[in-house]
Design a protein around this ligand. Sequence first.
Ligand code: FES
Length: 110
Amino acid sequence: MRVLCAFDELDENAGKGFELPLHGSLQRIFVVRRGGQVYGYHNVCPHRGTTLDWLPDQFMDPECRYLQCATHGALFRVEDGHCVAGPCAGKRLAPVTVTVHDGQVLLLDE
Ligand code: FES
């Protein structure tokens, strides 16, 4: 378990990326806040394996409704990472396990 950031550092419907050692190698992950909850995923698009953000921490579509891959525009639900539109429709982002405790966003995966 490790602290990723303070919950207050995350705006509603906004994400934050991290690069850290996980499962024995350096990995890119991100967290996104919605409705008082935080969701976490590997920052790897299931279409071509690129990172989703075109600028650091820019993970949302213009309406801040879905997560969006900057490369070809695939849209993913925040709540479960399911791709609802784009070239990888029907696939999912790989989740990481995060929780909020004492105002801190914690990564539970090691
Ligand atoms: S790499 Fe993400 S939609 Fe193509």
